[in-house]
Design a protein around this ligand. Structure first.
Ligand code: 3NM
Length: 213
């Protein structure tokens, strides 16, 4: 499901600034992202039909590139539009209940911040873990203290078979240690969304992978 190095791009309309989010997504797909997550949060977030329409447009772009389209938190939307996956945090819906609802055909991602949370997420059927924040982030107001790659190393050692995606403050300049710690992928919002050229930024992040572990 994740071929290392994977760049997992996350975006909501609030992260796009003045740019067209669909244009940013198009550029990021061109640059070679492996996964896309729609994370529509914050003030002015789309809801209802507008959210569904936007999600369908994102999904169409992803499908054209064969890139899995994952919905953050909104299980009903993910099921309604037949998304490839759903991602939930610790504060969102119970992962085991979500897994039961989506069955085996949809990917389940779970955000974790400790080895214990990772263990529970795997028990509940998580197909991959989002582990963070690695570095300081301004994209999540209630983010925990950054812990560098320490926790990724621990989870990688304990659960070698579950893909781990590092998240939080990752850019082309600091992605190297995340790859080196054993993460299959890096999840990125601002470094890509706020770049003038999302395609180049994705390529730079991929270039930070020097092979090996
Ligand atoms: N989850 P950026 S950190 C959505 O620690 C999210 O679970 C986190 O955005 C976690 O790449 C984060 O702009 C924000 O730092 C990542």
């Amino acid at each position: 499901m994740f071929n290392k190095p994977s760049v997992y791009f996350i975006l909501g309309t609030a992260n796009a600034g003045r740019r067209d989010p669909l244009h940013i997504l198009g550029e990021a797909l061109e640059g070679g992202i492996s996964h896309f997550q729609l994370r529509e949060k914050g003030t002015g977030a789309l809801t209802g039909q507008a959210l569904k329409d936007f999600a369908l447009q994102c999904q169409k772009l992803c499908r054209a590139r064969n890139v899995p389209f994952i919905v953050n938190d909104d299980v009903a939307l993910a099921c309604d539009i037949n998304a490839d996956g759903i991602h939930v945090g610790q504060e969102d819906a119970d992962a085991a209940a979500v897994k039961k609802r989506i069955g085996k055909n949809m990917i389940l991602g779970v955000s974790v911040h400790s080895v214990e949370e990772a263990e529970n997420a795997i028990k509940n059927g998580a197909d991959y873990l989002g582990m963070g924040p690695v570095y300081g982030t301004k994209s999540k107001s209630d983010a925990k203290e950054p812990s560098g790659v320490t926790k990724i190393l621990k989870v990688r050692e304990r659960f070698p078979d579950t893909p781990v995606i590092g998240i939080g403050g990752i850019t082309s300049l600091n992605a190297g240690p995340v790859w080196d710690a054993g993460a299959e992928g890096v999840a990125v919002i601002s470094a890509i969304a706020e770049s003038d050229n999302a395609e180049q930024e994705v390529k730079h992040i991929l270039n930070a992978y020097k092979g090996g572990s």
